[in-house]
Design a protein around this ligand. Structure first.
Ligand SMILES: Nc1ncnc2c1ncn2[C@@H]1O[C@H](COP(=O)(O)OP(=O)(O)OP(=O)(O)O)[C@@H](O)[C@H]1O
Ligand SMILES: [Mg+2]
Length: 305
């Protein structure tokens, strides 16, 4: 045992005694000599300084962490705004040259279809298809960037009314597919009503589109209060989603099924994600291929009631 161990032992013993004193076992005080008490007082003040230093260090680490989180949040907001601006400008500016390309190919198709050879006709229709698809993607990107730029302030929004609006908007598709929609009582939340319609409509129209051929779509919307948020879900009995696609589900233009069979550009769920996040919620999905899918999202409950 070297000198520092002895010292450590002494300090431990003194601390133990100090703790006993603090616990009220004052009778042990009598056993202490005045030298002991002096040592004890010294040890206690050293201990106190140590504690204060540790506290100060913790406070500094906490402040530093808080500052870093604040900086990162601001940075994220800045880069989100930049991205939004970029998507808006790019899609807006791309529209003009694209209009020229599609205008002239349509003219080319009208004037020269059947007058050149078979290959030329095929090439022309590929160009027309490509330009049309690109136009749709640019429109979709614009719509995506507008979630942030055109969003309205939140107000009390009755999701029952939102649901009924979506039923009206999708009436034709619901009837054509023989879809059966049911729902739990839906809450009133603080939200942008137009975006809530957009959100439910994207999810419900997906549930109808990705239906099984031999079974009419059955779709259920549920709402459950969990703490200070609502968990809403849209469940279907459709074709389901492959596990390997789950990670890309909410990305812009990501599609998990062939567009020849299921039309679309793959923007719907990316828009849903932005809407949910703008409202301070999260969105995710669960699915069993061949059985159906459920899309969940949360929305804060605190301010509406
Ligand atoms: N309810 C669902 N059942 C099965 N697959 C789904 C469902 N919802 C989404 N998906 C899969 O996720 C992909 C992305 O969905 P998203 O709504 O973003 O695009 P989309 O419906 O293909 O096109 P868009 O919404 O732009 O018309 C779909 O292509 C499909 O593969
Ligand atoms: Mg969709």
């Amino acid at each position: 045992m070297d000198e520092s161990d002895v010292k450590q032992q002494e300090r431990n013993e003194l601390r133990r005694r100090a703790e006993e004193v603090l616990r009220g076992r004052t009778e042990r005080l009598r056993e202490l000599s005045s030298e002991d008490i002096e040592k004890l007082v010294h040890e206690l003040s050293v201990h106190q300084i140590e504690l204060e230093m540790q506290n100060e260090e913790l406070r500094r680490a906490h402040d530093e962490l808080e500052k870093r989180v604040e900086e990162q949040t601001a940075e994220l907001a800045r880069s989100n705004a930049e991205l939004e601006q970029f998507a808006y400008i790019a899609s807006h500016d791309l529209q003009e040259p694209l209009r020229t390309v599609s205008g002239f190919t349509q003219l080319l198709a009208k004037r020269y279809r059947g007058k050149l050879d078979k290959d030329a006709d095929d090439f022309i229709s590929y160009i027309v298809d490509g330009a049309t698809r690109m136009q749709k993607m640019i429109d979709d990107l614009l719509e995506y960037s507008r979630v942030g730029t055109r969003g309205k302030p939140f107000e009390r929004t009755d999701l029952e009314a939102v649901f009924n609006q979506v039923l009206t908007n999708l009436k034709v598709s619901i009837e054509q597919n023989g879809a059966v929609l049911t729902h739990d009582p839906l809450p009133t939340v603080m939200a942008d009503a137009t975006q809530m319609v957009q959100l439910f409509q994207n999810l419900i129209s997906n549930a109808i589109k990705f239906r099984k051929k031999d079974e009419p779509p059955r779709i259920h919307v549920s709402a459950e209060r969990m703490g200070d948020e609502w968990v809403l879900s849209v469940r279907d009995n459709g074709i389901g989603i492959a596990p390997e696609f789950m990670g890309r589900l909410f990305q812009v233009f990501a599609r998990g099924h062939a567009s020849s069979e299921y039309p679309g550009t793959g923007i719907g769920l990316a828009i849903c994600k932005r809407i949910v996040e703008r409202h301070g919620g999260r969105i995710w999905a669960e699915s069993e291929p061949g059985k159906g899918s459920t899309f969940y999202f949360t929305i804060p409950a605190r301010d509406a009631r």
